[in-house]
Structures are given as structure tokens and as C-alpha cells.
Design a protein around this ligand. Sequence first.
Ligand code: FES
Ligand code: FES
Length: 171
Amino acid sequence: MATTRQIDCTVNGEPVTATVETRLTLADFLRDQLTLTGTHLGCEHGVCGACTVHVDGAAVRGCLMLAVQVDGSAVRTVEGLSDGDALSPLQQAFRENHALQCGFCTPGVLMSMQSFLDEHTNPTANDVTEALSGNLCRCTGYAAVVAATLQTARDGVEHHDQSPTSGGNGS
Ligand code: FES
Ligand code: FES
């Protein structure tokens, strides 16, 4: 008989209480129990990065983590990047730079790049390429993903420089 346990966490800012099998992966929990199917599953062995989500701000592979491990944590999925219908700056930059084709890898790539941008405000192309190395994409050749990520970082710095709280004139 399967062992179950109750977990309490937040997912994209919403409180979630659920009973899960102790062997259930975080990716399967998100997809099957919460129907958040934006998190994709490719290899299911920690290699491709398609299942990348954030747990307490850190990018993790949802196929390698168990759902019971996020008890008490804040989980963010690709569904939590946008603000309603408004794309996040990174998503918008992906669109402008044609940084996706089939889109299978894209949720995981977005979550990895967002986590990277949260920690690096002024990255080089090499920094982005290195951060992207854990996400496999069969379509794009990666160049457009790097361009979109760099554009987001640049725009974020400009936005910050122009904000009233940072000493700019706010105009
Ligand atoms: S599905 Fe998790 S790393 Fe490939
Ligand atoms: S866009 Fe097709 S696998 Fe990345």
C-alpha cells in the first residue's frame, strides 16, 4: 500500500494543502494533482531541464525532487511568471527575440533564466550560456535565448536607473 503524507506549501503565491504519495515527484504533483501542465517532462532523469521550477527562489529539477520535500516551501512554476495576461519582461524578450520554436523546453528554460537574472543584474553572454547549460533545446541553437536573457538584464538595469527611488528623475 502506498504511503501518503499531507503537505502545505504555496504555489505561485497561493496556499496549497495536499495529500501526496511519498514517492510522488514534484513535477508529477504539479502536473497531475495541481494541473499546472506548463512544467514539462522530458527525460525524467535530471538531464534535460524541461521540468525546472523554483523552490524558495532556487531553480530545481522537478523530476528529481519529491513533492513531500516542498512541505513548508514556496514553489513557483512557469504559470507564475506572468501577471495575468501580461507577459513577464523575460517572456516578452523571448517573444521579441524568437527564443522558442516548438516550445517544449521553454518553460524550463524560462525558469532557469529567471532564476539566473534574479541573481545577476549585469551578466555577460558567457555567463548566460553557462547558466543555460543545464537546459537542452533541440530547436533554437540557444543564441536567441541568450540574446533574450541579455536584453532582459539590460532593460532591467535601465528601468532601475530611471526609477524615482534610484536617484533618477523618473521621467
Ligand atoms: S524531465 Fe527533469 S531534467 Fe528532464
Ligand atoms: S524550442 Fe523546441 S526544444 Fe527548445
